[in-house]
Design a protein around this ligand. Structure first.
Ligand code: THU
Length: 148
């Protein structure tokens, strides 16, 4: 998949490693209902890499997306102070898979606006690897402002 020239240019080796990890973990997805197997890989500020895959449920609404699966795993492994530098999302269906809205809001908890998000999109029928800053994907994340 070609890179778009207007995309942010991260460390190319690191980002292709992240995308490869997302593709690899997608093979372990539990997606018997949709058949849409998704993998996500997170690069933490510490340099650690954490992956997750979607886990579906017969009660469809209980399905866990790959991004959130990776995130809960990252917190369990490395604790609540993790920061996410980059995320890669992949699927085994040769289809677009930007992170869904719910996952964007959940990622916002641990991603700053300049974190890089790699994901495939379809453009004129061709699969294209996109990279966007997290702030572009979720410009107005909900934040809890409680008055004292
Ligand atoms: N899915 C993800 O894993 N990540 C997303 O960002 C959106 C959708 C999964 C959920 C479900 O198992 C399948 O893709 C089809 O929606």
């Amino acid at each position: 998949m070609p890179d778009r020239s207007d995309s942010p240019q991260p460390d190319a080796e690191k980002s292709s490693q992240l995308v490869a990890a997302a593709v690899a973990v997608a093979a372990r997805a539990y997606a018997p209902y949709s058949g849409f197997r998704v993998g996500a890989a997170l690069l933490l500020a510490s340099g650690d890499l954490v992956t997750g895959a979607n886990v579906e449920n017969v009660s469809y609404g209980l399905t866990l997306c790959a991004e959130r699966a990776a995130l809960v795993r990252a917190v369990a492994e490395f604790g609540p102070k993790i920061r996410i530098r980059a995320v890669a999302v992949a699927n085994l269906n040769q289809a677009a898979s930007p992170p869904c809205g719910a996952c964007r809001q959940v990622l916002a908890e641990f991603c700053s606006p300049d974190a890089l998000i790699h994901f495939p999109t379809l453009e004129n029928g061709a699969l294209v690897q996109q990279t966007r800053r997290f702030g572009e994907l979720l410009p107005f994340a909900f934040d809890l402002q409680i008055k004292p």
